[in-house]
Design a protein. Sequence first.
Length: 73
Amino acid sequence: MENSIRLPEQGFLRIKQIIGDRKTGIPPIIPVSKSTLWLWVKAGKFPAPVKLGPRVTAWDVRVVRTYLNQAES
């Protein structure tokens, strides 16, 4: 599932970095809609994000990388 997009070694990813954003030219790592990603989180198919602040939610890049590796196999 992982394509040629390079993920940082550590840090956090916002939702637009995961699903992509056509307006700013960010390619998707996982090409699904925002609502689908949240449904996957709710169903336990995708890791839950971390709250970094009252209005900031992000995913640890290591958790996303693990998910992508498991999805490949």
